[in-house]
Design a protein around this ligand. Structure first.
Ligand code: TXA
Ligand code: MG
Length: 324
């Protein structure tokens, strides 16, 4: 069993125990505004190896390196003008920038899977404070077994990885609820590698240019983590449902009419008022809850593809994809 420390009740203890655990090369469960991370010292190869082992994650899939602020990030990566503008506008926050890695910066090649680029993010709140105190970047993928649903609470982390890690910091439910948006500037073009907790249109507003989306399968090297089947619950997933059968759990957005709703195994409302931020915050917890009912299939009603809906639908399509 992992030790839990509530960061609101015991912030100082959390910083001290977490720093000591990280210094030993052990990964910890770390709350961020997007999802909980499985965080370890990005400069320590043994620590990074433990992240991959704990998650069962393929090692060709690089990790996001978390920094305390832009000044720290500049020590590890080279910023072009557009990326710097985005960092100034959105950090700390749910934005990851893929940037050229500074040679000899200290980030271990295991964290970047040997690429000459690095994904960097400055998280909001406690995670940033911990990184400042620890003084080194933290590599942190989402704190879930590879291919499974990301964790948005300390209990989710414990249920999935509690036997394999020693410490989980608890900050309650993650406010954003989906992972960061990942972008990369290439030849002056802004490319969306993963839709996430920062809506693409916000990025376009600040950058003053359109983000280019990849349609279809991305080349493995571009976003190695974007495997088709991902975010998979035990149950099958069905999208754009307008009806529900008695062996299905229903997850609704807004209050659409759904035929057969009275016989569903369970009905969960992501956001009765149709608020996409609220829906994103509830998404992974509701998927886990629907899964726990033992329903054969989780049926989702339609969710619009605008704003944060793009990230929600991306995760749902992956959850619904054929499983390997
Ligand atoms: O919100 C988040 O981003 C969370 C929290 C913990 O910060 N982290 C997260 O990490 O979602 P993870 O490992 O589950 O997803 C990282 C994604 C993967 O798809 C990976 O392939 C991509 O980022 N990535 C990391 N470094 C990259 C790079 N240099 N080039 C392209 N993609 C990269
Ligand atoms: Mg993940």
């Amino acid at each position: 069993m992992a030790r839990h420390i509530d960061i609101l009740e015991h912030p100082q203890t959390a910083i001290e125990v977490a720093s000591a655990t990280l210094a030993e090369g052990l990964p910890i469960g770390l709350p961020t505004e997007t999802v909980y991370g499985l965080a370890a010292d990005a400069t320590n190869p043994a620590a990074i190896t433990r992240i991959y082992e704990t998650k069962g994650r393929p090692r060709f899939n690089p990790l996001i390196c978390h920094m305390s602020d832009l000044a720290m990030a500049e020590r590890y990566a080279i910023f072009d003008p557009i990326s710097r503008k985005l960092a100034e506008a959105f950090w700390p926050g749910p934005l990851t920038l893929v940037l050229p890695l500074r040679p000899e910066s200290g980030i271990h090649p295991l964290a970047t899977a040997g690429l000459d680029t690095v994904g960097i993010r400055v998280p909001q709140g406690f995670a940033g404070e911990l990184i400042r105190a620890f003084g080194k970047p933290l590599a942190a993928p989402s704190a879930n077994t590879s291919g499974k649903i990301s964790a948005t609470s300390a209990d989710h982390v414990d249920d999935d990885l509690g036997e394999r890690i020693t410490l989980i910091l608890d900050a309650g439910a993650s406010v954003v609820g989906v992972e960061s948006t990942i972008v990369k500037v290439e030849d002056g073009e802004l490319r969306l590698l993963r839709p996430g907790g920062l809506a693409a249109r916000e990025i376009e507003r600040v950058a003053g240019k359109a983000v280019k989306r990849k349609r279809g399968a991305a080349p493995a090297i571009e976003a190695p983590g974007m495997l088709a089947s991902h975010y998979a619950p035990g149950a099958a997933v069905r999208l754009d449902a307008t009806d529900v059968s008695p062996d299905e759990a229903l997850i609704r957005f807004g209050t659409p009419e759904i035929a057969g709703i009275g016989n569903a195994v369970a009905v969960l409302d992501l956001s009765p008022s149709g608020d996409l931020s609220e829906a994103a915050a509830n998404l992974f917890d509701f998927m886990k809850r629907a899964d726990a009912t033992g329903a054969v299939t989780i049926a989702f009603s339609h969710i619009p593809d605008e704003g944060l809906g793009e990230a929600i639908n991306d995760r749902l399509r992956r959850a619904a994809a054929p499983r390997a």
